[in-house]
Design a protein around this ligand. Structure first.
Ligand code: GDP
Ligand code: MG
Length: 294
């Protein structure tokens, strides 16, 4: 089996080159949601591939596709900055020699000093012999870790891709629960952060009897991310402990949680917390599943 491996992978390339198709093919139907939230300048996780001995976390690098927009330079810089934090970069291209845009991107990728896999996609559309000059042209421009002709649509070459990816991931933990689906991920992490801050602030006074439920999550353009969450407790006394005198403790919990969430999301956050009483929620199957703990 070997050591457990995990790490972050970004998929970059022009629009329509087949990035979403690749993700869906790699992740399977279970995680076919490629998040529909409008693009922001921050990184986000778009898929997690959980295997018995590895976990691959795919990261979107917003803006890398739009270097010509008004925000172009900024977004491109952000996207490239995000590449610094991943373990492997997958550059997906059409089955034709590199154009100016691809060459520009490669130029910048050079500075990232990362393993970059070149995925030449849509090979089902072209004749094999036409691929060789494409491979040559790219190989001349950049020292790729691997060059793989694939068809995201037909699933060709994807097994090999995954195998090679795993070899480039460092030993690491299973970062996320195996069964987690993509669009729940940020909510899950936010709930965990709030819960952690509650536990830190209350110590033995409120032992584990807390669940956090994210109620609302909005990302208005130009504004902070607005998140509302309930902190559920089992006993009336615990409610008072968490809220504290004049609401001071809850305020402190909220501040600490917000700061950490802002770091996670790389965005300003407006966090609103409520403490609610749910009698015996821990023994209530229905309540557990409502709270996403089942
Ligand atoms: P993205 O913008 O990079 O995410 O590209 P999409 O995944 O949305 O794909 C754009 C189009 O290319 C869609 O119509 C796909 O069906 C098609 N496509 C993706 N991969 C392949 C492939 O391997 N072969 C062929 N023939 N078409 C593909
Ligand atoms: Mg897409």
């Amino acid at each position: 089996m070997g050591e457990f491996r995990s790490g972050y992978v970004s998929i970059i390339g022009r629009p329509n080159v087949g990035k979403s198709t690749l993700l869906n093919a790699l992740l399977g139907q279970k995680v076919s949601i490629v998040t529909s939230r409008p693009q922001t300048t921050r990184n986000r996780i778009i898929g997690i591939k959980s295997l018995p001995n590895a976990q691959v976390i795919f990261i979107d690098t917003p803006g890398i596709h739009t270097p010509r927009s008004k925000m172009g330079q900024f977004m491109l810089r952000e996207a490239l900055r995000s590449i610094r934090d991943v373990d492997v970069v997958l550059l997906m291209v059409e089955p034709r020699p590199p154009g100016a845009q691809e060459l520009g991107l490669l130029q910048r990728l050079r500075k990232a000093a990362k393993p970059v896999f070149l995925l030449i996609n849509k090979i089902d559309k072209v004749k094999k012999p036409t691929l060789l000059p494409v491979i040559d042209a790219y190989a001349k421009e950049f020292d790729f870790a691997h060059i793989l002709p694939v068809s995201a649509l037909k699933g060709e070459g994807l097994g090999e891709l995954l195998e090679l990816l795993l070899r480039h991931l460092p030993p690491g933990p299973r970062y996320y629960p195996e069964e987690l689906v993509t669009d729940q991920l940020e909510r899950f992490m936010v709930a965990e952060i709030v819960r952690e801050k509650v536990m830190e602030a209350t110590r033995e006074e409120v032992p584990h009897a807390v669940a956090v439920e994210v109620l609302r999550w909005e990302e208005p353009p130009g504004g902070p991310v607005r998140i509302e969450a309930n902190i559920w407790v089992e006993r009336p006394g615990q409610k008072g402990i968490i809220i504290g005198k004049g609401g001071q403790r809850l305020k402190a919990i909220g501040t600490k949680a917000r700061e950490e969430i802002e770091g996670l999301l790389n965005a300003r956050v407006f966090l609103q917390l409520w403490v609610k009483l749910k009698q015996k929620w821990r023994s209530d199957e229905q309540a557990l599943s409502e709270l996403g703990l089942k």
